[in-house]
Write a protein that binds this ligand. Structure first.
Ligand SMILES: Nc1ncnc2c1ncn2[C@@H]1O[C@H](COP(=O)(O)OP(=O)(O)OP(=O)(O)O)[C@@H](O)[C@H]1O
Ligand SMILES: [Mg+2]
Length: 272
């Protein structure tokens, strides 16, 4: 399945048939130690990796191997204990919490296993939320949120509250929310963990499309090898260290997989 890569160096100049490959993420000797007073948990141990613009990377590894810890650091939700992190050419290792929050809001979109939507708020308002923090006007917010919902196939569902949507639709709202700020990086931690297999492929189809058409760099945590095969590259962690890093040779095309799957009546799926 994997072709080993050294330092994950792509063919410079031609990534995805596009010119110019720039690193989005450069981490060097990254450590994250959780200090619990009596014990210290060394969750990341000297992680060094580079992710280039337009890559689609699956992060795998056993439970407790440090995947979420890494995503939190790369997503600027948390800071490494030591080591260097350069995001989009900017060293973010030593930024204050406020500065990190600003960068997070402008450059990174998040998708979580549990969707993390506000329950008493419409899909449209959920998607608008990140724009409120960036001070975008109300009319512009609505326009961009509608566009983002359309890009995940949810036009016409903007007024629904999360409870009135299926799990797959809720996750699509979460993806729209992640996209609405035009991030250069989307970080998804087990986005298909709560979804059935067909719905999972639908989510992967959206992520593959965003990656291919808009060149959005995607980092996806998954423990399912079948899901990792939709990515272009797989990095496997064990005990806080990278154990394997390779390109996916037999990559799956989600739209083809969906085409071959037996169709489910959408209304029925929503009701069930
Ligand atoms: N906030 C925290 N405080 C202390 N220890 C933590 C904290 N978060 C994670 N850990 C520990 O750090 C290690 C890595 O945890 P992490 O959540 O990154 O694993 P993971 O690979 O995402 O696992 P899973 O597949 O179960 O989600 C584990 O030993 C975990 O117990
Ligand atoms: Mg985790």
């Amino acid at each position: 399945m994997l072709r080993e890569v050294l330092q994950s160096e792509p063919e410079i100049g031609v990534a995805n048939g596009r010119a110019k490959v720039t690193p989005v993420i450069q981490v060097e000797n990254l450590h994250r130690i959780y200090d619990l007073g009596e014990v210290q948990v060394h969750a990341l141990r000297s992680v060094t990796m580079t992710v280039y613009s337009g890559e689609f990377v699956a992060i795998m590894g056993a439970s407790g191997s440090g995947k979420t810890t890494l995503m939190n650091v790369l997503g600027c939700l948390d800071r490494a204990t030591r080591g260097r992190y350069v995001l989009d050419g900017q060293d973010v290792s030593k930024l204050s919490k406020n500065e990190l929050a600003r960068i997070r809001n402008s450059k990174i979109g998040f998708v979580f296993q549990g969707f993390n939507l506000l329950p008493r708020t419409s899909a449209l308002e959920n998607v608008e939320l990140p724009l409120i923090y960036s001070g975008v006007s109300h009319s512009e917010r609505t326009k961009r949120a509608r566009e983002a919902l359309r890009s995940v196939g949810l036009e016409g569902r903007g007024e629904h509250h999360p409870a009135q949507l299926s799990g797959g639709q809720q996750q699509r709202v979460a993806i729209a929310r992640a996209l609405v700020t035009n991030p250069s990086l989307v970080v998804a931690d087990e986005p298909t963990g709560n979804l059935d297999s067909r719905t999972s492929v639908e989510i992967m189809e959206i992520l593959q499309r965003l990656n291919a058409e808009r060149n959005i760099t995607i980092l996806l945590v998954t423990h399912e090898p079948d899901i990792a095969r939709y990515a272009k590259r797989v990095v496997t962690f064990r005990d806080g260290k990278i154990r394997r890093d390779g390109m996916v040779e037999d990559r799956l095309d989600a739209s083809r997989v969906l085409f071959d799957l037996p169709a489910i009546d959408e209304e029925e799926a929503e009701a069930g």
